[in-house]
Write a protein that binds this ligand. Structure first.
Ligand code: MG
Length: 171
């Protein structure tokens, strides 16, 4: 069954959201590189790659359904942050906005009785629960560490251990 143009437009918008998130995470890599927190930079690099994978997954889905992928412009991200905590506040806000965005695509697919899209989006809904949880936990840790530079360096070392998705705990 051909994909509805409204769903196609919503998925194209979501592809742009994922690419925008990817680009914003890359800007966070820039920030961590600048302040020499290599573990945090590595962690954010993985996050960046995850978002690229999300965009690719939607790209492939739309293409598999015979839809037309339209790539829109990605806004310029800011790499200016005042603190590590501020980075994770921004990351959490971004994930919350992305959850709302996926929810709206889901609601549209539900309204249009597009069961294949609902099924595909299920994975994204589950992923968003993970993403928000991870950002909340990390923000909590960063706030707990506060001004303790020694503890921040320990956390920086831990962040360097992030595994690729599906390879272990803590994605
Ligand atoms: Mg994503």
């Amino acid at each position: 069954m051909a994909i509805d143009p409204k769903i196609q437009a919503a998925i194209n918008k979501q592809i742009n959201h994922e690419m925008t998130a990817a680009y914003n995470y890359l800007a966070m890599v820039v920030y961590f590189d600048q302040i020499n927190l290599a573990g945090f930079a590595f962690w954010m690099q993985k996050q960046h790659e995850e978002e690229l994978a999300h965009a690719s997954k939607l790209f492939k889905y739309l293409s598999d359904r015979g839809g037309v992928v339209e790539l829109e412009a990605i806004p310029k991200p800011s790499a200016k942050f005042d603190s590590v905590a501020q980075v994770f506040e921004a990351a959490l806000a971004m994930e919350q906005a992305n959850t709302a965005s996926i929810n709206s695509v889901y609601a549209l697919a539900k309204e249009m009785n597009d069961y294949a899209t609902l099924s595909h989006l299920q994975w994204f809904l589950d992923e968003q629960v993970e993403e928000e949880k991870t950002m909340e936990e990390t923000l909590g840790l960063v706030r707990f560490v506060g001004d303790d530079k020694s503890a921040l360096l320990t956390l920086n070392n831990q962040m360097a251990n992030r595994q690729d998705e599906g390879e272990g705990a803590g994605g």
